[in-house]
Each structure stands twice: as C-alpha cells, then as structure tokens.
Design a protein around this ligand. Structure first.
Ligand code: WT7
Length: 660
C-alpha cells in the first residue's frame, strides 16, 4: 500500500514535468485531404475488430484466391490469419501496379552517397528486374521455402533481391550491412541459407565498406551455403570462388524477363529478420506473406497518408524492420515513390539530408529520434540553408522522443506545418502499433498517442491487472494482429517463453516495454522494462530523466542507468554528452544534478554525472544501457556485436576509473 502510494506520487511529479501544455491539432488542410479524416474509424474497429481486418484485407490487397476465415486462434499463440487465402506479396507490390498508369511511375529514386550517383527505377522496370533475378535464383536451385541471406548496402538491387526471393517463395534473411562477419555467419548458419546475395562494396562516409570480404570471412564456416551472388557496385577487385560465386549480371544473363509469382498460402513464410534479445543468441523473427502484406499496407497508407504524388523517404536501413516494412513492402504495396539513400546523414556536410529533401522535393519524411537529437546538436543553421517546404508530414520511430527533440523537429524541419507521427512498434509486430493518424489525432510531444484501429494495447501491473491512469506498468498487446510474428525461426519454445509467458494464466503478448496511459488514453512509452529504475520503491523511466537532462541548455545527449545501492536499491547515474561550446566542470555537474532535482524531485537526482563525448549505441541508434551498467559494475560486457563504435566504451571506462 505504502509502495503504491509512493508510486502514484512520484508519477504525479513526473507527470507535471512531462505534461506538455501544448496539444497540437491536425492542420485543417491536412485533415481535409487525409485518407483518414474521421475518428469514428476507432469505434468502427472496436465494434468488431475481426470484421475490421476482414474489410481491409478484402479491399486493400489482391488475393489469387480468397481466404475462408479471418483468424484461426485454435492453436494460440500460434495464430493464423486469412486462412486458406492465396497471395504473393510481390503481386501486390508490382504486378497490380504495372497493370495501371503506375507502370511508368517512379518506384525507387535512388541517391548514392557520391552526389552524381542517381537512378530512378519505374514500377515496370522494377517488375522486370525482379522477374529476371527470380529466374536466376531458380536456375541456381533455389526453391520455395529455401533460405537466402542478403547482405548488402542501400542500393536498389537489395530491393530486387528481396522481392525476387519473395516472388519464388524463398525466405529472405536480410542482415544489416554494418554487421561483422561473425554476426553474419551466425545468422547464415541459424537459417541454413542456401544462397548469399551480396555486393563488392558500398560507400559510407566517403570510405568503401568491403562487403564481399566480410562475406568471405563469414563463409569460412557456413556449410549450408552453395552459392554467392555478387552485385558489382564499385568495380572492386574481389575474390570470386569458382563455381560458388557469380556476378549479379552474369547469373541472370539470358534469363527470361517474365516470372509468374509463386502462389503462396497466406501463412507461408516471407522472411526471417534477426533481432537481439536478452541472451546473446539472436532471435529469428518470422513473418508471412498474407498478414504482413495487409498490416504494412494499411499502416503505410493511413499513418503516412501516402498519395500518388508523394515522395516518401524513410531513412532507415533496409537491414532493419523499419526498412523492410516502411522502405520496401508497405510503400511498394501502395504504389508509392520511395526515396532511397546510400550514405551517411552528415556526409560530406551536416546538411546532406536536408539537401536531399530539397532536391527531390520529399513530402513525407520518417526517421529516428537519435538522428533528430544529433542534428539538433549540430545547429539550426544546417537545415536553414535549405528550402524544406515540400514536407507535409514527419515521422519518428525507434525510441521515445524527448519533447525537446520533438519540438525542434516540428519547428525547424516541419516549419510548424507538418504533423509528426511518433510510431511505436517492434521487429516482432511487423507493423506500426501505437501511433497518431495524422489527419485526426491531436498530438502531445513525447507520446506515441493511441493504438492503431483494431489494435488493443494495455498497461498491466505485475499481476496482470490494468494500471490506473498515469501509473507505469508493462505494455501488452491483448489481441492478435495480422502482421504479428508467427514464431522464432527454429525455436517455437523461445517464442512462447519470450512473448507469451509474462503473466501466469493469461495469454497476452508482452512487448518488453514499460509504459503508462494518461487520462486521455494517450500512451507514454517508458522504454524497455530493463531501462526502468526503481529508486526506493519509486519507478523512474530512464527516458524521463534523460528528457530532463536534454532539456538543459548545455546537454546534447544523455543516458541514464540504475546503479545498485545498498539502501535505495538503485540510484540513477547519468552519462552526458555536452553541446559544442560547453566544457565539463565540477560546477556544471552540480548544476545538472540540481536541475534534475528541481525538475523531477530529490528522488531522481543523479548520484553521478559522467561527461563523455559519445554514448555506446547499437548500429540502429539505441543506447546500449546494458553496457553502461556493466562498466559501472565492473562486470564482463557480454555480446558487443551490435555496438556501433567500440571507442565510445573505452572512453566511458576511462572516465569512470578517473572518477573513482
Ligand atoms: C523497440 C523495438 C520498429 C522500429 C524500430 C525498432 C522501441 C520503437 C518507439 C517509439 C518509444 C519505441 C521500443 C520497442 N521503440 N519505437 N515510437 N517510442 N519506443 O525496432 O529494434 O524491434 O525495437 O524499440 O522499446 O520495444 P526494434
């Protein structure tokens, strides 16, 4: 009882801090033209969520044969959707568009890192290339159900390779081009891939990443692989193993430009995508043709309000789920024009992204909070050099966005004209789950707002009871959804254990995230559960502390972790990156501790402030708080394969040693 009262009290104080007075209404002109302009869609979906998904599935994508039943939950949590339906996602991404005026519409606008490397690929050309490459895969012996690992940089051939696999029913496993040879090898072996598709190399920050070399190292111990296909991006002199390795052009030379899509069952696998879990071994998340097509299609259409004259740019690498769902499948299923950029955001200059938006007239832009904070630190003068008035809608994904960063994004990039969709979802969910609908949802900076129509999300306490408003708990999804993962590749037990076993006797999907719901029903994601601190029985989201720190004029980025404490259980420790023009000092430390104390309350005062120049992040930009905790505890670091830059960690160790 006492604990609970404490909890509510604390949450109130945080609430008052994070309570953003401003609520942003959807602009009238936006609403008038939006796909969704009437909030009654939520009610309609709630009234009969099965009927809701049924209608979308029947009307938004094409089936070779209609399904007989929407949902089969007889073997839950192994749910099945659109039972008996026959489909191929590439039919919806290609064939159906080339039958219309979209035939000559740009499907992909590609910008290489070097300024003059530009290509535009129409829907018809993409269709032809996919068909021809699909035939080449068949000629190499790839059959329905075989696994193909794809390890490439951001070039259109990566999209061709994925769609070609899907077209013939092979299961692709795209491995992010920034992963090491060891990580690649693990993923190839776990999937037992028959073929690897790669390239000689690609550009990153003016340097060449020698992709094929990394593949060669990975293949030193990967017995399932029979062939390697190498796309020649740079004309590098690479090692080609006779009879095993083929050049992209050679392998399809003379193949037909026609290839009918394999007729797939709704539930046939489309791809595996590996993501990190709490243990070292990566999890192979499995998605299927039918439900994934339906889920990514409708979320792209409604959340990004995709229209035929949009130039849509999602900055994610295709090696992550965001790239799969919102660079490739969702937009192409909608017949959208997708911009794809090969290189680094700040190369050769910090205005590279803004210059791309201006040059191509990008209208819808989707990126991550970490990027926004980075550009915030570099200063407004860089975006200000460019005319960004083509933009009409902005999005973010990947982590909670600090209200500070949200407002900067809204003002400096969106010109106070563009709604921001803060989209919460996961590799496992396949599609966006909690998000505004830009034409109808009022926005509160820092909140992902409400579950997508048809989705039911709740916040539960440890016993599985819904938490009262503004009280933090576990974010769960209490109803299946079409694009949900079907299992973990080769490990159905782990699937049940990881996602469906958090509450005894209750079969709900546990997200791994903490969240709270405010009095308006808005969701505030607090980050992964293991990022929630417990200080003297009070729950504190690391995100809440970080937001406060970042709101200080001297702070660019902050990561907060819990350090074990004899009496309080845990105390917060903050790693802080300063803005240019500020120097670490004892005074500044004191000031920041006082700042947090004032903004949240004594309970939240960081025990320590440690100044660093860089935070340890995954290649997808998430702060690896686990590593920070290990450094503080003097424990082994465990798996660091997803770390972006090992130097960051060395520096942190040093700063901490000095402190002691
Ligand atoms: C985790 C999933 C799917 C997008 C890329 C990441 C965090 C994602 C948000 C958001 C707060 C977010 C969650 C989630 N997350 N989007 N809008 N607000 N947190 O995919 O690698 O599978 O990570 O990212 O913690 O569980 P992922």
């Amino acid at each position: 009882m006492i604990k609970r009262r404490g909890l509510m009290k604390k949450d109130k104080s945080i609430e008052s801090l994070l309570k953003v007075e401003e609520v942003y209404e959807p602009p009238k002109e936006f609403r008038e033209k939006a796909w969704v302009k009437d909030e009654s869609i939520y009610e309609k979906a709630e009234k009969d969520w099965i009927a809701f998904w049924d209608e979308i599935a029947r009307t938004e994508v094409e089936w070779f044969e209609p399904y007989k039943k929407v949902l089969d939950d007889s073997n839950a949590p192994f749910y099945k959707w659109f039972i008996g339906g026959k489909i191929n996602i590439t039919h919806n991404c290609l064939d159906r568009h080339v039958k219309t005026w979209r035939k000559n519409k740009a499907a992909i606008i590609w910008q290489g890192e070097p300024e003059n490397d530009k290509r535009v690929i129409t829907y018809y050309e993409l269709y032809r290339r996919v068909c021809r490459f699909a035939n080449a895969l068949k000629n190499l012996g790839v059959r329905k159900g075989d696994r193909v690992t794809i390890y490439m940089g951001m070039v259109p051939e990566l999209v061709v390779a994925m769609l070609a696999c899907a077209r013939i029913g092979a299961i692709h496993s795209v491995v992010f081009g920034g992963f090491s040879s060891m990580a690649l090898r693990d993923r190839i072996n776990d999937a037992k891939a028959k073929v690897v598709i790669t390239m000689d190399g690609f550009y990153r920050r003016g340097k060449i990443v020698e992709t094929k070399k990394i593949v060669d190292e990975a293949l030193e111990d990967a017995p399932s692989v029979e062939h390697v296909i190498v796309y020649d991006r740079l004309g590098l002199d690479v090692n080609m193993v006779e009879d095993r390795d083929f050049w992209w052009d050679d392998v399809q030379y003379g193949s037909s430009w026609k290839c009918e899509p394999e007729v797939m069952d709704s539930e046939d696998p489309l791809f595996i995508l590996y993501t990190s879990g709490t243990t070292g071994k990566p999890k192979g998340v499995l998605h299927v043709h039918g439900g994934y097509n339906v889920g990514t299609h409708i979320t792209t259409k409604w959340i990004f309000d995709i229209k035929d004259d949009d130039i849509y740019w999602c900055t994610a690498d295709i090696g992550w789920i965001t790239g799969h769902s919102y660079v490739v499948y969702g937009p192409l299923s909608n017949g959208a024009t997708v911009l794809m950029y090969e290189g680094a955001p700040d190369y050769p200059k910090p205005d590279r992204w803004w210059s791309i938006i201006e040059y191509y007239g990008v209208t819808v832009f989707y990126t991550a909070p970490t990027a926004i904070r980075y550009f915030m630190r570099l200063g407004e003068e860089w975006p200000k050099k460019h005319d960004l008035s083509s933009l009409r809608l902005l999005g973010t994904v990947g982590e909670p966005i600090n209200p500070e960063a949200w407002k900067w994004y809204y003002r400096v990039i969106g010109g106070e004209r563009c709604p921001i969709v803060d989209t919460w979802w996961q590799t496992e969910t396949g599609m966006i789950m909690i998000t505004p609908l830009p034409g109808v949802t009022k926005l509160k900076p820092g909140s992902a707002t409400k579950p997508f129509p048809g989705i039911k999300a709740e916040v539960w306490d440890d016993e599985g009871n819904p938490c009262p408003p503004n009280v933090g708990g576990k974010l769960v999804i209490t109803r299946p959804w079409p694009s949900m993962l079907r299992t973990l590749w080769g490990d159905p037990d782990r699937y049940i254990k990881t996602y469906w076993s958090a509450f005894e006797g209750k079969l709900v999907y546990f997200t791994g995230d903490g969240a709270k719901i405010d009095e308006d029903g808005y969701f505030w994601i607090m980050g992964r559960i293991d990022d929630v601190l417990n200080v003297s029985g009070h729950r504190l989201g690391t995100m809440e502390l970080e937001s406060v720190l970042v709101a200080h004029k001297a702070v660019s980025e902050a990561a907060v972790i819990g350090k074990p404490h004899d009496i309080k259980g845990e105390v917060p420790v903050a790693f802080v990156v300063l803005k240019d023009g500020y120097e670490p000092s004892v005074e500044l430390k004191r000031e920041l501790r006082e700042w947090v104390r004032k903004k949240i309350g004594p309970i939240a005062t960081p025990e320590e402030i440690i100044f660093v120049t860089k935070l340890p992040k995954t290649r997808s930009g998430k702060i690896m708080r686990r590593l920070l905790r290990a450094v503080l505890a003097g424990q082994p670091l465990g798996d660091v394969t997803t770390l972006e830059d090992e130097k960051a960690l060395e520096e942190i160790k040093k700063s901490y040693e000095e402190l002691k």
